[in-house]
Design a protein around this ligand. Structure first.
Ligand code: CTP
Ligand code: MG
Length: 171
């Protein structure tokens, strides 16, 4: 497989995990409605159990299908790649929630745009899969590609999701 294609295929579980909560999410918030002494919510209503679990499962299934079809050179074997699909997906949702935690502490309301929204999930997912991945995954040119593509795609897909009526706001 082409090298560029392998980088794109690697991102599938991360992108599926990050985008699916828009449709799968809703219901009880992850933080149970708890606020911190700063008067702001721990995470806010934008982070729900359904979104977290649904996103993690969707990303794992997507990455699992990828692993069944093709073993990427970023993993030592197919088994590591299967486990990696889960770790990347969980890391994505964890990073997303961590981003919201920081966002609330910075005084930015749920649904408002914030710099970490676009990239936090990717950084945490990449860090989470470190123990399972080959060192080659973290070659600067690869990381640069992941970051640059995500910085472009995240606002673009959010805008499209807004136009499609899936999201109330275009970011
Ligand atoms: N979502 C969810 N559970 C998650 C993540 C997302 O239910 N763990 C759903 C919510 O309906 C959320 C939507 O996906 O409103 C968009 O996600 P995101 O932009 O990450 O959340 P925001 O509402 O912008 O909240 P925050 O400011 O905390 O990021
Ligand atoms: Mg948002």
């Amino acid at each position: 497989m082409d090298r560029l294609l392998e980088l794109l295929v690697f991102l599938i579980p991360i992108y599926v995990a990050n985008s699916s909560p828009v449709v799968l999410g809703g219901g009880a918030p992850l933080d149970f409605g708890i606020a911190l002494p700063d008067g702001r919510r721990l995470l806010g209503n934008g982070k729900t159990f359904r979104g977290f679990v649904g996103g993690t499962l969707a990303g794992t299934v997507a990455g699992g299908i990828v692993a069944a079809l093709y073993t990427l050179p970023f993993f030592p074997d197919a088994q590591a790649q299967f486990l990696g699909a889960f770790v990347l997906s969980f890391g994505t949702l964890f990073g997303d929630a961590l981003g919201s935690f920081i966002k609330r502490r910075a005084g930015v309301d749920s649904g408002r745009p914030f710099v970490l929204d676009t990239i936090m999930f990717l950084i945490v997912a990449l860090a989470a899969v470190f123990p399972l991945a080959q060192r080659s995954l973290y070659e600067p040119v690869n990381v640069l590609f992941f970051v640059a593509l995500t910085l472009v795609l995240h606002p673009l897909t959010n805008m499209l999701a807004n136009r499609a009526g899936l999201k109330n706001v275009p970011w």
